[in-house]
Design a protein around this ligand. Structure first.
Ligand code: 1GP
Length: 246
């Protein structure tokens, strides 16, 4: 399966939801169960990743269990070149463009590129932009965070990503952020750029997901909401069906 084509084909007709599973948060077998509920709820792909150092064996075992349970694509959302695994369908080959560390912009990618080639995983080039408050990923990534009212900087980074040939742009306010990326920033980036816009961080209910999607996000990512849900399918299926009605 070519995951990029799958994403682009789906986006012709509807918005997408991707559920984020952090391999450090549960045993692989449980991650498989969570993924199965997400697929039943209508999620379009499973992203596997976290903000802090992940052990590649754990990533491998988690993806193995997830793939046993679902047919939707499993995409690595990498922390570093050390957290890659050959059994994923694709990897977001991403650069934190607003990091102050060369390592996060091109260093990990330099280490990861030959591993991705060797493993034969499909790379999907993505700009990763950290918006305040940024939470753990903003800190770990030493991001020169985009202020919540600095819409033009968000647009300029996103345009630069497009002109560099990146396939997706991800506006990230950080896992567990008290609020998602502001709606006016999402709508400005969406209207000024031509590549699909992924938005995540702090989306904790249907209304927030809906306003993020209505503002112009093409792909909505939720992680904490899934981790905290008692009944994942019930909690997520309404959210997914609402964004797909747009
Ligand atoms: C983190 O954007 C994702 O990289 C998801 O954030 O955990 O707040 O849903 P949440």
């Amino acid at each position: 399966m070519n995951v990029y084509s799958y994403i682009m084909d789906k986006l012709k007709n509807e918005k997408m939801h991707m559920g984020l599973i952090d391999p450090d948060e549960q045993e692989p077998i449980k991650a498989g169960g969570i993924a199965a509920e997400l697929e039943l709820a209508g999620s379009d792909a499973i992203m596997v990743g976290g903000s802090t150092g992940l052990d590649s064996k754990n990533v491998y075992l988690t993806i193995k269990e997830i793939k046993r349970k679902v047919s939707i694509p499993v995409i690595i959302f990498p922390t570093s070149a050390g957290s890659l695994s050959p059994n994923a369908d694709a990897i977001y080959f991403m650069s934190m463009l607003n990091s102050q560390d060369r390592e996060k912009i091109i260093g990990e990618q330099l280490k990861g590129a030959p591993i991705v080639k060797e493993m034969g995983i499909e790379p999907i080039s993505m700009a990763y932009l950290i918006v305040e408050p940024g939470m753990t990923v903003g800190e770990v990534g030493n991001a020169d965070m985009i202020s919540r009212d600095d819409i033009s900087t968000a647009v300029h980074y996103s345009l630069a990503a497009q002109y560099l040939g990146m396939k997706l742009v991800y506006l990230e306010s950080g896992s567990g952020a008290p609020e998602p990326v502001p709606n006016d920033m999402i709508s400005a980036v969406s209207s000024e750029t031509d590549i699909p816009l992924v938005v995540g961080g702090g989306i904790s209910d249907v209304n927030q997901a809906l306003s993020v999607a209505e503002s112009g996000a093409d792909i909505i990512v939720t992680g904490t909401l899934i981790e905290e849900a008692k009944d994942i399918k019930r909690r997520i299926e309404g959210l997914i069906s609402k964004i797909k009605e747009l």
